[in-house]
Design a protein around this ligand. Structure first.
Ligand code: GLP
Length: 264
């Protein structure tokens, strides 16, 4: 696992956006196949998306041959509700880039048969060729997508029940009333994420410090589902100083040394 530490979220987001853009360009140079990208919601990726939008508008990158799949969606929230992940993604990314609408995949939390929706999602990911890169955030308890503690590290896309903690944290988007936060969601599984050829996780701010510590220095555990990244060959966590503050000084120094060595 690599850990990239930057002073603040702005610098971390620039790193992530340019990294993703480079990966898209690198694949386009060697293959006509689409770049298959996993995407996340939350406050954390907004600055990364803003930089990707700037690059698209400046003609530095194109999403015309990108196929994306989002991680998760609330169950029962109307698609056009301002807090649906469908609305979020269109507001912060899709409305501003050149990704064709038919390449955008977001789980339908209002599907008549939710299990069939999840099965079809996994099949569509496989049919697209599997993920080249999965961009994720993390919850304060170390959850990835909506894989709450006790989710199987071998899980795939399915219906999940949110923890009370997650509903309380997310109630900031629902008039601070956790009862307005849907109790269930559809979520890709931990294994759906770690099945990607590469995983990049963003974590910014002091509230993510414990999750980053657990993910990087703790054991692989279903108590912190992002810790499954320890079993991935190409996993990177991008943090700001605040989110990295729970790491040992020696770990931080080692990750900085790895980065410096790779630049040479
Ligand atoms: C939700 C989402 C996760 C996201 C997390 C953190 O739980 N399902 O995908 O990583 O929130 O959100 P934020 O970036 O706002 O801290």
């Amino acid at each position: 696992m690599k850990v990239i530490i930057r002073k603040n979220s702005a610098e971390g987001s620039l790193w992530a956006a340019h990294y993703i853009a480079d990966r898209i360009k690198e694949k386009a140079a060697r293959s006509a196949d689409p770049f298959v990208l996993g995407l996340c919601t939350g406050s954390t990726p907004i600055e990364t998306y803003a930089e990707l939008i700037r690059m698209v508008k400046a003609g530095e990158i194109s999403f015309k041959n990108v196929v994306s799949f989002n991680m998760d969606e609330y169950v029962g929230l109307p698609k056009t509700h301002p807090e649906s992940y469908w609305s979020f993604m269109h507001k912060y990314l899709f409305d501003h880039i050149d990704e064709p609408a038919e390449n955008i995949h977001i789980l339908n939390g209002n599907a008549p048969d939710l299990n069939a929706e999840c099965e079809a999602y996994e099949k569509a990911i496989a049919a697209a060729g599997g993920f080249d890169l999965f961009l994720g955030g993390i919850g304060e308890d170390g959850h990835i997508a909506f894989n709450e503690p006790f989710s199987s590290l071998n899980s795939h896309t399915r219906v999940v029940t949110l923890t009370e903690d997650t509903r309380i944290v997310n109630s900031r988007f629902f008039n601070n009333d956790m009862n307005q936060v849907p109790a269930q969601a559809l979520s890709v599984g931990v294994a759906t994420v770690t099945g990607a050829r590469e995983v990049v996780i963003l974590a910014f701010g002091p509230k993510k410090a414990k999750a980053v510590h657990d993910a990087v220095e703790g054991p692989v555990s279903h108590m912190c589902t992002v810790s499954a990244l320890q079993l991935h060959e190409f996993g990177t966590i991008v943090c700001d100083d605040a989110a990295a503050s729970g790491l040992q000084e020696s770990s931080r120094a080692y990750f900085a040394a790895v980065e410096a060595a790779e630049k040479r």
